[in-house]
Every structure is written in structure tokens, then in C-alpha cells.
Write a protein of this length. Sequence first.
Length: 365
Amino acid sequence: MSPTIPILDLTTQYTALQEDVEAAALRVLRSGRYVLGPEVEALETELGEMLGIGHVVSCASGTDALCLSLRALDIGPGDEVLVPAFTFAAPAEAVALTGARPVFVDIDPDSFLVDPESCRNAITSRTRAAVVVHLYGRPADVSAVREAIGPDVAIVEDCAQSFGARTAGQATGTFGQIASFSFFPSKNLGGCGDGGAVATGDPELAARLRALRNHGSSQPYHHETLGLNSRLDELQAAILRVKLPHVAEWNEKRQRAAGRYTERLQKLDGIQPPADADGHVWHQYTLLSPQRDALQEQLAKDGIESRIYYPIPLHRQEAYAPWTNGVSLPAAEQVCDQCLSLPMFPELSPAQIEQICASLARAES
Ligand SMILES: *Cc1c(COP(=O)(O)O)cnc(C)c1O
């Protein structure tokens, strides 16, 4: 039986934009241009204008965007890169794939974001970069991280969950040296397949990124560096261009839904609703509770889907054992034991939120 309230509903959004999305897709299919054509070029320009940054280079996924960013910064074997232990695994994966060492750092349990002090303590002479993840759509304090790590360590912003988020009017992805974005279907701006992009204000990094995503080649059949095949296709670019003008409105709807959740949930004992913050775009709405498993069980009984993002901190994952040295990161570990993400998408209605909160209240009593 499918849940009465899913964690994410992509069909409602598709139906609302169906005519425009299908017209864009047909335009590409009939054009005969499928890779690195006019749609990709236009999307990169539109993304740059929207973010307020000089260069956007699209690619095949958010994970590739991280790999390309690290490669553009010339990070590789012998280097160390700081990665928060509480996030989706892609940043750690990207660091390890370059041959560099991921060094896991702790989070602030109230914001779920990387803890600048933990970064400061992890710096060594080999530290080349720090990945700052704007987790769940909440803008991290990049200048606090900058202060903690000093001027010589590059900051890579992972904006996979924070598309459209701004602090004091400035978009996430424009604070560090380089920033990665994902257009995976579930993200705040999502395509109908995989996709990603890298943003930077530095023209030299941008030129390297363009070569790296296309076999290390800036001139056909001349390979200056070892690259990848990581390009966004025209079909995805055309679809993303239809959706881009709607993201601000969708993010406002997410903010209203989050406000409704918090107003209701702060009255329940044993549940800590997530803290609000300037510019938060609520990719996820994630609460903390020592009774997390009981809450999830009650929701499931009531036909409401929920997820644990994320159940295991990265320094406890099998794949990253070679780099962890048995480190202990208490905040990340505790949050993994207590976090629960509730349904969150722009079309989530007040009545649905009421139904979800009533179910959580039943579990509490
Ligand atoms: C989704 C995500 C990624 C990876 O993006 P893909 O497009 O799925 O490769 C990277 N980092 C974070 C924080 C994510 O949520």
C-alpha cells in the first residue's frame, strides 16, 4: 500500500508544469543537439545571473560537481580535505576518489552544520580544503569556517540541498572558492534525471572545470589534463530552464510549511523541531527525538512516510574506515540516533501537516 502522505511528491509539480516541460523536451529532441549545446549554455548563464556569480559549469551530477571542484583545485594524493561527518556521503566519496584523505569533523547539533571549532582542531600542514555542506537547505556560516581554518585552505561549498538559499541577500555557493550543485530530481531544483553544476568567481578555475568535464580538453582532441566525461545533457538543461523561474516561489512554500510544522511541534514534549535560520530553504524538515523510532512507527501506521537522513555518520561507514583512525565525533553520532525527516515539498498542504503532527502527538501520548 502506498503511503497517504509521501516524503516527497514530484508528480504534483510535474502536472503543474507539464505543458512547458514537455514542450522544452520536444524542442530538444527535434533539434538534433543533445550534448553541450545552446540549452546548456543558456542554463549556465541563467544560473550565474540567479546566483550572482561569474561562472557556472554544468556537469553530470552533484557528485561529479564535487569531484570536478576538487580536481580543479588540484587536490590529490598527500592532501587532506575536511568533511563534516553528518551529511550525504558524496563529499567524502569525492575527496577519497581524488586520492586525498577525507578528514571527518563534527557538527553543531542545533544547526546540523559543520562546527568551525572542529575544523580548526583538524587542520594540519596537509589540509588543502574544507567542504562546507549547507545541509537540509540551511545556509552555513562560511565566514566562521574561514576564520577557523585560516586564509590558505580552500572552501568548497556543497549546495546540493540549498539551491536558492541566501544569507543577507547573498546566495549559498558564492562565499567560498568554488561550489557544487545537484539537480537530482528530489533537490529544490531537480531535473528529470541526474545533473549538477559548479559555480566559481575565478575565471581560471572555470576554464579548468570546462576542460575537466570534457576529457581534459579545451580544444577537440587536444588533452591537456586527465579529465572525465561529465556533461549535463541538453534535455535536462531545457527542463531545468523551465523550472528555474519557479524555485523562489517553491522555496517560500517550503518555508511556510516549515513554519507550520514548528509552530505545532514545539508544543510536544520529547520533540526538538529544527531551528529556523535566515534564508533556510528547507530541503528537509528534520526533528530530533530520543523516541525517534517510536515516532517513525506511529507515522507509518498512519500512512505517513518519513526517513532517517542519515542513520550512520560518515566516520562509522565501512567505506571510509581506511581514513577514520577510530575518531569519535559525538554530535554527529548523537544526531544520527535521534534524527527524523518528515514529508517536505512545496505542495504539502496545511491539512497534511496537521495530519502528520497529530500522528506525532499520538505517538507521544
Ligand atoms: C544529493 C547530494 C549530493 C550528490 O548529488 P548527486 O547529484 O546525487 O550526485 C552531494 N551532496 C549532498 C549534500 C547531497 O544531498
